[in-house]
Design a binder for this molecule. Structure first.
Ligand SMILES: Nc1ncnc2c1ncn2[C@@H]1O[C@H](COP(=O)(O)OP(=O)(O)OP(=O)(O)O)[C@@H](O)[C@H]1O
Length: 207
């Protein structure tokens, strides 16, 4: 099966300090990988590195150009715009139109014309997740996507991930502390914590 994303012997750092090493995996069409591990183990660091937001220390992330999207804890919402205007904005940026189904899928029908700044945290998160359905990027890197969501909304998001995104030819790497009920392997990052001081610089770095 052809991989949409291949990660080879990746070593990554945060703030100049090596955090993870020896991370390798492949994701094909329809596959997701759930990242687990205690606070500070490096889930965000790995996702940022996979998304190209920071360089790897070594190793390879093999993926086609322009097919990835990264979503962090921040919703990236423009508060003065309505929900519909936010979704239209993202659609335009990606040269797409907003599928009508998105409003029902993310339970946003009643909120369509509300200024996004007036939404609750969970409602804002639903708009942020709906953005993923609008932009049409097949390779998603998601950092705690269900923060602030109630159980109904978590199930709704998981349903979209499973039945629309993955079934529609996408893949995803998802850091989450909760069980999304998605049929996907889990990668616990604990064994991949970088060896202490393995690349911690030298006195010469400070001179
Ligand atoms: N801006 C920063 N500068 C330096 N070190 C940082 C920075 N941000 C995070 N770190 C450190 O990098 C390591 C990995 O952090 P990271 O945010 O990737 O962990 P995480 O697994 O996503 O944690 P959490 O589950 O708490 O979100 C931690 O030791 C953290 O303290």
């Amino acid at each position: 099966m052809t991989a949409l994303l291949s990660v080879r012997d990746l070593r990554c750092a945060r703030g100049g300090v090596p955090v993870l090493e020896r991370v390798s995996f492949d994701l094909a069409v329809g596959q997701a990988l759930i990242l687990r591990g205690p606070n500070g183990v490096g889930k965000t660091t790995l996702l940022r590195t996979l998304a190209g937001l920071q360089p790897a220390l070594s190793g390879e992330v093999i993926c086609a150009e322009g097919v990835t999207a990264y979503a962090s804890h921040a919703d990236g919402i423009k508060t003065a715009l309505t929900v519909a205007e936010n979704l239209s904005f993202w659609a335009q940026v990606h040269d797409r139109t907003v599928p009508d189904s998105v409003y029902a899928t993310f339970d946003l029908l009643a909120l369509r014309d509300r200024a996004a700044g007036t939404l609750s945290a969970g409602q804002k998160r639903r708009v942020g997740l709906a953005r993923l359905a609008v932009i049409g990027r097949p390779v998603l890197f998601l950092d705690e996507p269900t923060v602030s969501l109630d159980a109904f909304s978590v199930a709704m998001f998981a349903g979209w991930m499973r039945d629309v995104h993955l079934a529609g030819g996408g893949c995803a790497v998802i850091a989450t502390h909760i069980d999304l009920q998605i049929d996907a392997p889990t990668l616990d990052l604990t064994p991949f914590v970088a060896a202490a001081d393995a690349d911690g610089g030298s006195d010469a770095d400070f001179l």
